[in-house]
Design a protein around this ligand. Structure first.
Ligand SMILES: NC(=O)c1ccc[n+]([C@@H]2O[C@H](COP(=O)([O-])OP(=O)(O)OC[C@H]3O[C@@H](n4cnc5c(N)ncnc54)[C@H](O)[C@@H]3O)[C@@H](O)[C@H]2O)c1
Length: 351
């Protein structure tokens, strides 16, 4: 492991040899780095101050050891970890074929970061953002070469989950999205491609519709936090790792959903206001598990236990979900493609 030493990676031969840059060594930066190292890439992690990031190497080594213990990798973790270099100089991204930005969700910080990346990387390098909700079209607008700019939306813990959304901005070259899709499969992901660049992409749009309705149920006195959590875990949480909403409606019978929607949809919350349930937590200084105050209360011991259990659960659900791939019940991948081909293409402008 070369720890926090600055290293200029040389361009590699194949994709697996390609050096990848990761900017922003926060929660996601670390787990993205672990995922990339596990796939065999050399990685350059860029942070604002290398001295404040002395623990990055140790943290990434821990994640890799955890992956090995859980059977996700077979290779020597020390050898994989030795392919990481941490730097506070953007020039060290010079040899990277792909650079993934994962700094805070602040548009001006992100735009400033891309300017520095563009100055550092070669003409063929792909520049990607891990934004959760900022449209890629907005982020690529002032880029010197917007066609090589793409969204790669990860989920935490990125070294365990199979989720990856690839978002093509209005100016992203199709070949760039295609190349990232191929890379994502190498990283052990089951990627989705968002063909139209809309705020929140796929999962955040659907999750936030769910969060709003969950808050609405509590705010309107219909149910408690505990009851909403319990119902969701035991209903949607039960089948979702097996089937997405469309497969599930097929399994249960589409007509029932058609009938229910007619009466139910007008009654669901579509308020543009932040719900009171979440405002109350924020106004009381609550941040969730990190300070023990969220919708629930946590002692430091409990907070630690929840974090550990969540990580354990991630590995277990991954093992279970791997047994049931998206086309598990189809005769061949071809039949899946045929069905997907019938879905009308998205048209219209960015939301
Ligand atoms: N946390 C998640 O579950 C999650 C999921 C998907 C996407 N994202 C997105 O990933 C990005 C990072 O999120 P996170 O959860 O890791 O946040 P984080 O706050 O843990 O990490 C952000 C890091 O960026 C660093 N940073 C800030 N400005 C910088 C700069 N100018 N140059 C270099 N580094 C800088 C900060 O020091 C920090 O270490 C955000 O855009 C977020 O929306 C987060």
């Amino acid at each position: 492991m070369n720890g926090n030493r600055r290293v200029k990676p040389q361009p590699g031969r194949g994709e697996e040899m390609m050096a990848v840059g990761v900017i922003g060594l926060g929660l996601m930066g670390h787990s993205i780095i672990a995922c990339l190292l596990a796939a065999g890439h050399r990685v350059v992690g860029v942070t604002r101050d290398v001295k404040k990031r002395r623990d990055t190497g140790r943290h990434v080594r821990l994640l890799l050891k955890q992956m090995k213990r859980e059977g996700l990798i077979r290779k020597d973790t020390a050898k994989l970890a030795a392919k990481l270099a941490v730097s506070d100089d953007f020039a060290d991204l010079g040899g990277c074929g792909l650079v993934i930005e994962s700094v805070i969700e602040d548009i001006s910080v992100k735009l400033e970061t891309y300017r520095a990346v563009e100055r550092a990387v070669g003409a063929n390098a792909i520049i990607a953002t891990n934004t959760s909700s900022i449209p890629v079209t907005l982020l690529q607008r002032d880029a010197a070469h917007p066609e090589r700019f793409v969204g790669i939306h990860w989920d935490e813990p990125a070294h365990v989950t199979r989720f990856l959304e690839i978002i093509a901005g209005e100016k992203t070259a199709p070949a760039v999205s295609k190349r990232v899709l191929a890379l994502a499969t190498r990283w052990g992901k089951e990627p989705s491609l968002l063909r139209r660049d809309i705020r929140g992409f796929i999962t955040n749009r659907i999750s936030y519709a769910m969060f709003r309705e969950a808050c609405h149920l509590v705010d309107s006195g219909a149910a408690t936090f505990e009851d909403v959590d319990r119902s969701l875990r035991n209903d949607v949480g039960w089948w979702m790792p097996f089937a997405g909403p469309f497969r599930y409606m097929d399994l249960m019978g589409v007509e029932a959903y058609y009938r229910v929607m007619k009466d139910l949809l007008p009654e669901l919350s579509n308020s543009p206001e932040i719900p009171r349930a979440i405002e109350r937590v924020i106004e009381a200084g609550g941040r969730g598990i990190s300070n023990g105050k969220g919708f629930y209360r946590y002692t430091p011991d409990e907070a630690e236990r929840w974090k550990k259990l969540f990580l354990k659960f991630n590995y277990e659900i991954r093992r279970l979900a791997m047994k049931y791939p998206a086309d598990a019940g189809s005769k061949s991948r071809k039949s899946l493609r045929k069905v997907a081909g019938r879905v009308p293409r998205a048209t219209g402008r960015t939301a």
